[in-house]
Design a protein around this ligand. Structure first.
Ligand code: HEC
Ligand code: HEC
Ligand code: HEC
Ligand code: HEC
Ligand code: HEC
Length: 356
């Protein structure tokens, strides 16, 4: 019933991307449908001049994915901006982080997405944990070589077709618009401002599962880690885990994901019991669904079974961060028993490995 509402408020496409800056008239109120001309150009021509650079106007839009999604988040923008030259980590960046740092040349600080950065100097187009197999092309925003949209389509706009106008009021993974952040088949609860504001009770709620045994990828459908596993599959499996084909438990050979803090053997005697209030720095996913939909947030109930699931994005940002390996925090400051206090970064879960 409720149609996806999109507004044209403050859409600015970077001059460098399309060759012209255009600002749309502000629309009263957030998330109202905007006029077609705000986002579309019928002939890519105005007064005989190209509106956007040739080739960029796919689906007749006034900008490609990168063009429309470039800008500075101010909490009022109706477009989630994921690349900004003025990105200040944790201040005007969103849940996925930002591509600024990889665009500025730090290959390890983000996914080297086509149109944003050149190929990764060290990794090329081969995702680590993919059995050495390269992608068909450099990683893209959407489609076969990307994260958003349908994986079956190589072309980004074919892969995304209909998503922006689709009904996304129910995120059940059954349609693209109804998938978490247009990530086909992925579940989750979407924070309305993409975590521009955030806190224990104000965040995206990621979906995960607790894998008691490792079935490869059979039992992880719809999780945020399954998204990452599309290209980094080995890192999500416990294959090689010492008790492989049996329990998922310590000692591990790979950091666990899709594994619940509540399932830790002898939990009552371990450090993980002290992670109780949700941390946006090291988030945990929930496995709790109501009619196939994530409806509630993990807040002060991290230790409730199903609410403390470790996922790839517990430690990584999907787009990029100022830190190596797209990490959510500076790993080089995670210094065990050496002066650091407070449950930050790795210490959010490993609460007794700091100076305590
Ligand atoms: C706020 C920006 C925005 C506005 C306003 C907008 N569109 Fe779109 N539209 C898009 C984007 C982005 C795409 C391409 C990506 C996609 O399909 O999700 C698109 C795709 C389309 C498509 C192809 C895919 C589909 O959904 O069928 C059609 C047709 C379309 N728009 C028509 C319109 C019409 C008609 C209007 C005005 C009534 C309009 N749009 C207003 C952003 C917008
Ligand atoms: C004409 C401008 C325009 C273009 C082109 C465009 N987008 Fe968007 N995009 C928007 C707007 C506006 C929104 C905010 C819609 C909303 O959430 O109400 C949005 C939202 C999104 C979201 C977040 C959806 C959510 O659940 O919050 C994703 C992901 C996304 N776009 C991906 C893409 C990809 C991938 C492409 C290229 C295939 C693309 N966009 C092209 C304007 C655009
Ligand atoms: C479409 C395939 C694809 C998906 C899906 C994907 N990645 Fe990647 N990833 C790559 C490729 C290709 C590279 C190597 C080149 C680069 O950095 O762009 C990479 C590199 C990385 C790196 C190392 C960065 C560096 O440059 O050293 C990390 C960390 C990473 N990905 C994490 C993730 C996480 C977390 C997710 C899920 C949110 C994810 N990836 C989803 C393809 C993918
Ligand atoms: C969201 C919570 C969480 C975060 C954040 C986290 N871990 Fe873990 N870690 C776990 C859990 C849960 C286990 C499995 C514990 C068990 O099975 O006893 C684990 C296991 C480990 C192990 C293996 C222990 C064993 O018994 O085999 C190491 C080493 C480790 N983590 C290091 C790190 C480092 C380094 C970081 C930061 C980069 C980090 N962890 C961040 C939750 C987390
Ligand atoms: C507990 C925190 C944590 C979790 C959870 C985690 N990672 Fe990592 N990841 C790291 C750290 C730290 C590094 C840096 C290298 C290292 O210390 O092993 C890293 C490195 C990487 C790399 C780069 C490897 C290379 O060869 O350069 C990729 C790709 C990656 N992670 C993907 C993933 C994926 C996919 C998941 C989920 C299946 C995941 N990570 C879950 C902490 C984590």
């Amino acid at each position: 019933m409720m149609k996806k509402l999109i507004s044209t408020k403050s859409i600015v496409v970077a001059a460098s991307v399309v060759g012209a800056i255009w600002m749309l008239p502000a629309v009263a109120g957030a998330r109202v449908s905007g006029v077609c001309s705000g986002c579309h150009t019928m002939h890519n021509s105005q007064d005989g001049v190209d509106v956007v650079a040739a080739g960029v106007s796919r689906a007749l839009t006034k900008g490609g994915c990168v063009g429309c999604h470039t800008g500075t988040n101010d909490g009022l923008n109706d477009i989630p901006y994921v690349i900004s030259t003025t990105a200040a980590y944790g201040t005007n960046t969103l849940a996925g982080g930002n591509f600024k740092w990889v665009a500025d040349g730090s290959d390890a600080a983000g996914h080297n997405v086509q149109g944003i950065a050149t190929r990764d100097g060290a990794l090329g187009i081969t995702p680590p944990g993919n059995g050495g197999t390269a992608l068909a092309t450099q990683i893209t925003c959407a489609g076969t070589a990307g994260c958003h949209g349908k994986k079956t389509e190589l072309d980004q706009f074919t892969a995304m077709s209909g998503a922006h106008h689709g009904n996304d009021s129910t995120v059940n993974g059954l349609s693209l618009a109804g998938s978490y952040r247009f990530l086909s088949g992925i579940l989750g609860k979407e924070d309305t401002n993409w975590e521009y504001t955030n806190g224990a009770g104000d965040h995206n709620q990621y979906y995960g599962v607790d894998r008691g045994t490792d079935n490869g990828t059979a039992d992880d459908a719809g999780t945020i880690s399954a998204l990452c596993a599309q290209c980094h599959g080995t890192f999500h499996t416990g294959a090689g885990e010492i008790s492989y084909a049996g329990a998922m438990d310590s000692p591990w050979v790979r950091h666990p994901t899709d594994f619940d803090l509540s399932s830790i053997v002898d939990k009552a005697n371990k450090e993980y019991q002290y992670y109780t209030t949700y941390s946006v720095e090291a988030p945990v996913a929930t496995s709790v669904l109501t009619s196939g939909v994530v409806t509630t947030l993990v807040n002060t109930n991290v230790q409730t079974a199903g609410n403390g699931i470790v996922v790839c994005v517990s430690c990584h940002r999907a787009h990029g961060s100022p830190y190596a390996d797209l990490l959510r925090w500076n790993y080089s400051t995670m210094d065990a028993h050496n002066g650091v206090t407070g449950n930050t970064g790795c210490f959010t879960c490993h609460t007794t490995k700091d100076n305590s």
